[in-house]
Design a protein around this ligand. Structure first.
Ligand code: HEM
Length: 205
């Protein structure tokens, strides 16, 4: 029997997402290598520690620009409403596999994640630029650079923890990875996890 599918992401949205994701992995690995001596060997991800130090900030800019495009693509789908609050309050039920509320394109958890990612990315790019030697750091006093590095590390830890949850959820909810790999989801997936979005998509036809 032929599966009935709904388009969720276009090719350009998927390329955009995976560029951000690859940059994130490179940044997280090299960032942890700079942060903690026991992880120093991870600088090998770029061949040498020197190259890692040079490339990390440039890749950070690529990730920020990639996310910036995602932000303008999705912010209007991530405004919290009453149904999302209901979803968040019943998250235990959701974890048991019983969806709660009339969920649109994204659920309360995904929306919260979107805004946490946005805040982390803003904190990372702002603090990263202040601390970026030799180009920008020379324009700031040492105490400001120290605060920037603290903000940079704290927001990096928050983003890494958030992305672990993002990836776990993407793998755990069967059929979700396919949305970002092939761009499509099944009718059953949409009906179960995003019923309001499903009605919008099917009534358009
Ligand atoms: C590293 C591995 C990653 C995997 C496996 C992954 C997987 C996914 C999947 C499957 C979706 C589709 C969810 C749905 O449509 O219901 C998605 C959406 C999304 N992902 Fe990722 N992702 C990863 C990393 C990242 C990173 C690093 C970021 C940004 C910092 C990111 C930002 C987003 C955004 C903004 C969306 C749209 C969701 C929304 O607007 O609420 N992802 N991801």
């Amino acid at each position: 029997m032929k599966e009935k599918l709904i388009q969720r992401y276009s090719a350009s949205e998927r390329i955009n997402h995976w560029i951000v994701a690859v940059c994130f992995v490179l940044l997280a690995v090299s960032g942890l290598a700079f942060f903690y001596p026991a992880f120093f060997w991870l600088t090998g991800i770029f061949g040498t520690p020197q190259l890692a130090r040079i490339l990390h900030p440039f890749i950070g800019v690529v990730m920020f620009l990639g996310f910036f495009i995602q932000f303008f693509r999705y912010w209007h789908h991530n405004i919290l409403n009453r149904e999302d609050v209901k979803w968040m309050k019943s998250v235990k039920e959701v974890l048991k596999g019983n969806e709660v509320g009339d969920i649109g394109r994204y659920n309360g958890g995904q929306k919260g994640m979107f805004w946490v990612m946005t805040l982390c990315l803003l904190a990372l790019i702002g603090s990263g630029i202040i601390a970026w030697r030799p180009y920008f750091a020379i324009h700031f006093p040492i105490p400001v650079i120290r605060i920037a590095l603290l903000v940079h590390s704290a927001s990096a830890v928050a983003l890494i923890a958030s992305i672990i949850v993002h990836v776990y959820a993407a793998l755990w909810v069967k059929g979700t990875i396919r949305a970002m790999v092939e761009g499509v989801v099944t009718h059953a997936w949409a009906k179960k996890h995003h019923p309001k979005w499903y009605r919008e998509m099917t009534s358009k036809k």
